[in-house]
Design a binder for this molecule. Structure first.
Ligand code: GLY
Ligand code: MN
Ligand code: MN
Length: 445
């Protein structure tokens, strides 16, 4: 285990909290407010039903506290004062309620335990008009209605681009958890399991399910690997499992990992060779995550490198540059190279030109890119190039008159395997980039 990976989040937390207080001071000054209020959010119910959706904590709340299952609670911050946590611990014999407050964060807060959501009201600072309240509409309590002031939100979201050592420690933990699942999932695939059972093997190894995972697992065998967000899970195994794409992460105190691997049944076959080629492209792009590099440029470089792979495998008949120019490359690689990640799997501020709400647009023709910024130290981004054989998109290539760019017999060779994606998280530093994912696999091996 490396020094970085064994770092104790608790020891790093005071500095993280101090940074947050400074950010909140600046955000409140910009917005002209006296207090920052962040409700943790509340349960959402299904229509005409008493079933709740999995609770998702307000990301602005878990920025402050490693508490992801504490609905109807409030973070209160006033510059110069110790932050307050209004901690909702209801009397309830139907459900498990949050435990009494405790943990590495406790000494840094004034904590008030409440038993009903309304008991928060007299504890909130006034007047309400002087409060920046960051949350969803249904968190409103009396006059305390979330106003999400633009200046405050923009500033705090922008700051989230630069991870503190505490955040990086938790993100490394999220990598290690997900890697356990990926290893169990690959073993299940090699044993011939179907998608549902592979998914269950993943969840069991990670110890997380829909309530905790940062996003729904993508577990696709064969042609299903060509559906970018394949969320169905066949309960029976196919007669023959040729290929397996798994895009699955884990959470650590609310921080996400987002990892994709693709496997071939036949380790000596052409599809495995193509996986290896995409893997090499992915690693090269990861090494290019350097301060001063424009992520938009990396995305276009990914197109060229992936088209180089398709050329080498005889799928593409034109140059990578020509394929990028005509839009043929987007038929094989129809998503963005990646996105910022942190408290949210698709984290905020990927388009931010500055901390006041300016926006950097995507390059024309690349509507799904989620990160358009120049990389800076402290940013964590995913690098997730892919090649897919998607009937709908290939048909569009033909219709647009570019059918000659492609060797269709070669497409037929790879189509039964669906597609390939390889995804890691990479930290931009002021020197070499740090791949957060690969060491977790190496440690586990
Ligand atoms: N798992 C969703 C994504 O890779 O962005
Ligand atoms: Mn991703
Ligand atoms: Mn992913």
């Amino acid at each position: 285990m490396t020094a970085a990976s064994s770092a104790d989040p608790g020891a790093l937390y005071p500095d993280h909290l101090a940074a947050l207080c400074r950010h909140a001071d600046e955000a409140l000054a910009r917005g002209g407010f006296d207090h920052l209020l962040v409700p943790s959010g509340s349960l959402h119910y299904q229509l005409y039903d008493d079933r709740d959706y999995p609770y998702a904590v307000n990301p602005q709340f878990k920025y402050w506290l490693p508490l992801t299952r504490l609905p109807d609670s409030w973070l209160v911050y006033t510059p110069g004062r110790k932050p307050t946590l209004i901690y909702h611990q209801p009397f309830d014999y139907w459900h498990v309620v949050p435990q009494a407050p405790g943990g590495w964060w406790l000494e840094h807060f004034d904590v008030h335990v409440i038993r009903t959501p309304e008991q928060a009201l007299p504890l909130l600072p006034g007047p309400a008009a002087r409060c920046a309240i960051l949350g969803e509409a249904q968190s409103a309590l009396g006059e305390y209605i979330p106003n999400n002031p633009e200046a405050v939100v923009q500033y705090l979201e922008y700051r989230r681009s630069y991870k503190t050592p505490y955040e990086l420690a938790l993100m490394r933990q999220a990598q290690r958890l997900a890697v356990r699942g990926h290893r169990a999932a690959e073993a299940a695939f090699r044993d011939g399991a179907g998608e549902f059972d592979i998914h269950m093997a993943y969840c069991a190894a990670v110890g997380q399910d829909a309530n905790d995972l940062p996003y729904g697992n993508i577990v696709g065998l064969n042609e299903h690997a060509a559906v970018l967000h394949y969320m169905d899970r066949d309960t029976s195994a196919p007669a023959q499992s040729r290929s397996f794409l798994i895009d699955a992460g884990a959470s650590a105190c609310g921080y996400a990992s987002d990892i994709t691997r693709t496997h071939a049944r036949d380790r000596g076959g052409e599809f495995q060779a193509m996986i290896d080629a995409v893997d090499a492209v992915q690693q090269a792009l990861g090494r290019a995550v350097r301060a001063g590099t424009d992520y938009k440029r990396l995305h276009l470089d990914a197109h060229l490198a992936l088209m180089g792979v398709l050329k080498d495998f005889g799928v593409l008949r034109v140059s990578p540059e020509a394929a990028l120019e005509t839009g043929v490359s987007a038929a094989f690689f129809p998503h963005g190279l990646g996105h910022p990640i942190g408290l949210q799997v698709h984290d905020v501020a990927g388009f931010a030109a500055d901390d006041r709400g300016g926006r950097i647009e995507r390059p024309p023709g690349h509507p799904y890119l989620r990160m358009t910024r120049v990389l800076e130290p402290g940013m964590v981004v995913t690098i997730e190039p892919g090649i897919y054989f998607i009937d709908m998109l290939l048909e569009q290539v033909r219709r647009k008159g570019h059918g000659d760019s492609i060797d269709w017999d070669r497409v037929e060779t790879f189509r039964p395997c669906g597609g390939i994606r390889i995804e890691d998280e990479v930290l931009c530093t002021d020197a070499e980039p740090e791949n957060l994912t690969r060491p977790a696999f190496a440690e586990a091996a």
